[in-house]
Ligand binder design. Sequence first.
Ligand code: 5GP
Length: 176
Amino acid sequence: MSSDLRPKVDVLIGEADLSARVAQLGAEITRDYAGKPLVVIGVLKGSFVFLADLVRAIDLPMAVDFIGISSYQGTRTSGVVQITSDLTRPIEGKDVLLVEDIVDTGLTMKYLLANLATRRPASVKIAALLEKPSRAQVKIPIDYRGFVIGDEFVVGYGLDWDGKLRNLPFVGVPRT
Ligand code: 5GP
């Protein structure tokens, strides 16, 4: 699609701010997990850009795996979470860092935390690029938070609008 056919998107968090914050989070994670082998789990699809940048900011040995879930239709949550592709390795006894694009109502993370707990990991922490606290329906303990945003639908840097716009290099708000 040529750029002039794309919906207009206003920049909310620009590339320089994203990259500076991801570097800080990576440094914190590197310090907190020193000496522990880490399993980083990306929640597909929205986390893939954040995860790609974050893992390169973490200076530790790690394994990377992905779990695919679908919870959204259009622009609002359906509240129903489905695993569309599962982890490829057991996480029993492992220190897990779950990487998510955005925590909105929190229902997806609540479901995932319960699901992962049944696999008996040593620990699970959450890194989320974005949090929308005004929409929280359940309290999710986010250990590494990129940015807090208001109640607006955002796209780019992995986040989609009906499957599109994930490749925008910034986080933005589509103009309606
Ligand atoms: P929750 O279950 O916390 O309501 O929603 C989690 C999932 O909904 C996120 O992983 C993300 O895929 C999607 N989501 C929530 N808010 C937004 C948003 O503002 N923009 C986009 N593109 N996806 C969102």
